[in-house]
Design a protein around this ligand. Structure first.
Ligand code: PEP
Length: 249
């Protein structure tokens, strides 16, 4: 039985003061929630979030992670450092990292491996652009992105990982994939994994991300292969985020 997970990706938003309010609301409401909840604040706020969430059961995640363990990599953050600040999850391959920071499938697979080897649970983000969807290549793009990781680390690695399907055209646009569109891709992801290992596939949590809001969360999370959500904009507002978490109950 897959427990639903709702993770908030704060991106490059927040201040100490705003975070304190948001974190204390989430920590206070956590006992009412039946799903697993995680927040992914910007790196400098991980320490603040670690303290604010201590004992609440809400997990902490990072928005990215270096593929390197240590060394002369100015500006990078290693998986071991993230663990010291209480991180359990690390997003890898978010479309903004791929599009704006040149992360290739190869780099994403290396980050996945580095995160997992250190003891983090990678949340592998995959998704097609609008152009790719309109060209009819959604499934081949997702298959390629997932294959890059599978070829590097093997299917068993997915037993300790999460996948997030995030159509690029739905991220931050207010346009959401319909529940049926999302379900189709989630089913294809699970089938790709099942072709290698049915047990891993049936336990794999596949989150949907892309303009999830309180109004559409329940329908999305009600789909057979949707195991929760990766939430961007709506994760910055306590009421919206908590309503979305309740939709996963
Ligand atoms: C995201 O960036 O992971 C995301 C899903 O953003 P939004 O919910 O704002 O579309």
């Amino acid at each position: 039985m897959r427990r639903k997970l709702v993770a908030g990706n704060w991106k490059m938003h927040g201040t100490l003061q705003k975070n304190a309010v948001l974190l204390s609301r989430i920590a206070a409401e956590a006992p009412r929630l039946n799903c697993e909840v995680a927040v992914c604040p910007p790196y400098p706020y991980l320490g603040q979030a670690q303290l604010a969430l201590a004992g609440s059961g809400v997990a902490l995640g990072a928005q990215s992670v270096s593929e390197h363990a240590s060394g002369a990599f100015t500006g990078e953050i290693s998986a071991a450092m993230l663990l010291e600040f209480g991180c359990h999850y690390a997003l890898v391959g978010h479309s903004e990292r791929r599009a704006l920071f040149g992360e290739t499938d190869y780099v994403v697979a290396a980050k996945f491996e580095a995160a997992q080897m250190a003891g983090l649970v990678p949340v592998l983000c995959v998704g097609e652009t609008l152009q790719e969807r309109e060209a009819g290549s959604t499934i081949s793009v997702i298959t390629r992105q997932l294959s890059a990781v599978l070829e590097r680390v093997g299917v068993q690695a997915l037993a300790k990982a999460v996948v997030a399907y995030e159509p690029v055209w739905a991220i931050g646009t207010g346009v959401t994939a319909s529940p049926a569109q999302a379900q189709d891709v989630h089913e294809a992801i699970r089938a790709q994994v099942a072709a290698l290992d049915i047990g891993v596939a049936s336990e794999l949590r596949i989150l949907y991300g892309g303009s999830v809001k309180p109004e559409n969360a329940k329908q999305l999370f009600g789909q057979r292969d949707i195991d929760g959500g990766l939430i961007g904009g709506a994760a910055l507002m306590a009421d919206d985020f908590l309503t979305i978490c309740l939709a996963a109950n």
